[in-house]
Design a protein around this ligand. Structure first.
Ligand SMILES: Nc1ncnc2c1ncn2[C@@H]1O[C@H](COP(=O)(O)OP(=O)(O)OP(=O)(O)O)[C@@H](O)[C@H]1O
Ligand SMILES: [Mg+2]
Length: 350
């Protein structure tokens, strides 16, 4: 299919548009739009910015890549986009090898880079249209107009880039990346240093792109951005992808709260009268733990404490702990061995 498309010149993005619901019928992971295998990068001077990394991105998902400064996020993105030459590994985009078939693969990818590289003496319209031409596509004024309108740049289309505010310049970077109708869109810190309103606009735009079938991979330092936007989250630290997780699963963990009772008397087994609560005994029965969902209508805490009183189960003190995505992120990133810090996290990579 991809091969056939190639004969027509550009491996037309949106194969799915021509194939109707074919892709929708595929199980998510059987058809990754982007596949990364054994990707590593050592820069000159010996710094290993990326250790051997495997990652599949599903068609149509929003994937958020989190990690501290210098973790290797931009290196990974730039390797996919052909800006950085990988030391090892293989990447395919919609089946095209990004090294052997660079032009075909790259034409499917839009990149909003972390850094600004735009001719500031050109107009918004010229910069955006030119970008489309770079990928060998014929001019399409209607498409460029739509992109600029989507980004609230239409009124500024004849302005030179230098006359725009910082936030507007960021929008121009996005317009450039969308000019050639990519199937896969990388946004490297799209909302760094932008105001709240622009951030919300960008979120809305990203959702709109996704609704049109575009796959989106974004990096961010704002955990709430990942919470708000992502279908899946990846955490990268010191060049290592240490966690890949569905956001819904993460949010479930996030919504959990742990209530710990230090019991007056050790308990050998849990009494049958307490079986309706999700309880566990620790420290040879000295500690009773209750895990509950903070998002549930009733936490069950009050009724549990009452029932314990009725059963004559006393405690010296109690403590609560809530995990957040931020907690998980911080512990993962600073842990020597991530898997032991977040034992619940599925798909923890080493
Ligand atoms: N061209 C380069 N030459 C040498 N080292 C580089 C180069 N680009 C990046 N590095 C190094 O590789 C490591 C990863 O950098 P990278 O830009 O991928 O991090 P990042 O996760 O994107 O960080 P940030 O959140 O700050 O954008 C860093 O230690 C950085 O100094
Ligand atoms: Mg970066």
């Amino acid at each position: 299919m991809a091969r056939q498309a190639k004969k027509t010149g550009r491996p037309r993005a949106n194969n799915k548009r021509h194939l109707g619901d074919f892709f929708l019928m595929q199980p998510a992971l059987s058809n990754p739009v982007l596949s990364i295998r054994g990707l590593s990068k050592s820069y000159k001077g010996g710094l290993q910015a990326l250790k051997s990394t495997d990652l599949d991105i599903n068609r149509g998902e929003i994937f958020a890549l989190l990690g501290p400064n210098g973790a290797g996020k931009t290196t990974l993105i730039n390797a996919v986009c052909g800006i950085v030459t990988p030391t090892t590994g293989r990447i395919t985009a919609a089946g095209y090898d990004t090294r052997k078939d660079y032009r075909s693969a790259r034409s499917l990818i839009g990149l909003v880079p972390q850094e600004m590289h735009v001719d500031i003496f050109e107009t918004v319209w010229a910069v955006t249209s030119y970008s489309r031409g770079l990928f060998g596509l014929p001019p399409n004024k209607a498409h460029i107009e739509q992109v600029l309108k989507d980004l609230s740049l239409w009124e500024k289309k004849d302005e030179k880039i230098q006359a725009l505010s910082g936030g507007m310049k960021r929008r121009v970077l996005i317009a450039k990346a969308l000019a050639h109708e990519p199937e896969i869109l990388f946004l490297d810190e799209p909302t760094a240093g932008v105001d709240v309103e622009l951030r919300r606009d960008m979120w809305a735009l990203v959702r709109k792109m996704r609704d049109r079938g575009v796959t989106i991979i974004l990096t961010t330092h704002y955990i709430e951005e990942a919470e708000e936007m992502a279908d899946r989250v990846g955490v990268i630290a010191k060049g290592e992808l240490i966690l890949v997780e569905d956001k819904a699963t993460l949010m479930k963990k996030l919504g959990k709260k742990l209530l710990t009772f230090n019991l007056k008397d050790r308990m050998a087994t849990l009494p049958a009268e307490l079986k309706e609560w999700d309880l566990a005994l620790r420290d040879s029965g000295a500690i009773l733990e209750y895990t509950f969902d903070t998002q549930a209508d009733r936490t069950g805490v009050a009724s549990l404490v009452r029932r314990m009183g009725e059963l004559g189960i006393g405690f010296n003190d109690l403590d609560t702990k809530t995990s957040s995505l931020e907690d998980i992120f911080v512990s993962l990133v600073h842990a020597p061995k991530p898997a032991t810090i977040a034992p619940e996290a599925s798909d923890v990579r080493s």
